[in-house]
Design a protein around this ligand. Structure first.
Ligand code: NDP
Length: 208
């Protein structure tokens, strides 16, 4: 079977590509969250599933009642985890036992996960800053929600950023978003969404 594509998915405030502040998202954008859930959960082929890979700090930023993210295989990377890739056997909820994997190596889990999951459709890299920075060499695509503040004077404080020059060097804009996202995703009719004083659009980048 062909290798599952590796896709990073990120929401960032342009132009400096800020993504976080004090362990959390700097904004609350409901339609952006819906897009993230629909894209990462949906598949083109029935019976397949996607995986979401995240750093330990991003995992901790998800409220416990919302994790693991349902309908997706969750992989949490931490240098403190005991194995290159192993199921999380500590979870008390039996529903979680098959859906949370732990890994002590980002590159190894990208390599090993397809061998463990024959029904894997796509691997989504979902953050945070450290994980985006280390995975840019491995990603085939990036799904970037490009956010602007309607009033630049009100810009939120941010402490975590993407590396803008790395992204410009490695990726180019692609206009095929409509065909790239799975069929359950409803893209907005208008190119820009306005919410909470922000204005944003969904973009696709492809490796050069
Ligand atoms: P990360 O979520 O990237 O997690 C970092 C941790 O991952 C490290 O401390 C380490 O865990 C582990 N790790 C890093 N590299 C490796 C590796 N190569 N192998 C194994 N484990 C590794 O933390 P950041 O602080 O960089 O990012 C979090 C911020 O990003 C938050 O503010 C969050 O809200 C934001 N965010 C924003 C998103 C967006 O789309 N805007 C999306 C996701 C997050 P350990 O210390 O346990 O060893």
């Amino acid at each position: 079977s062909p290798k599952p594509p590796i896709v990073s998915i990120v929401a960032c405030l342009m132009p400096e590509m800020g993504i976080g502040f004090q362990g959390k998202l700097p904004w609350r954008l409901k339609q952006e969250m819906t897009y993230f859930r629909q894209v990462t959960t949906g598949t083109f082929t029935e019976g397949k599933q996607n995986a979401v890979i995240m750093g330990r700090k991003t995992w901790e930023s998800i409220p416990p009642k919302y994790r693991p993210l349902p309908g997706r295989v969750n992989v949490v990377v931490s240098r403190q985890h005991p194995a290159e890739l192993a199921l999380d056997t500590s979870s008390s909820n039996p529903a979680n036992k098959s859906s949370i994997w732990l890994s002590n190596s980002l590159t190894k889990c990208l390599e090993l996960l397809p061998q463990q999951m024959p029904n894997l459709e796509r691997i989504y890299v979902i953050g945070g800053g450290e994980i985006y920075a280390q995975s840019s060499n491995w990603c085939d695509y990036m799904l970037v929600t490009e956010i602007q503040h309607e009033d630049p004077a009100q810009k939120p404080t941010m402490d975590t950023f993407l590396n803008t020059s790395t992204i410009q060097d490695l990726f180019q804009r692609d206009d095929g978003l409509g065909n790239f996202v799975p069929p359950n995703v409803t893209l907005p009719e208008e190119p820009h969404i306005r919410e909470n004083g922000y204005c944003y659009k969904f973009a696709l980048y492809k490796r050069r």
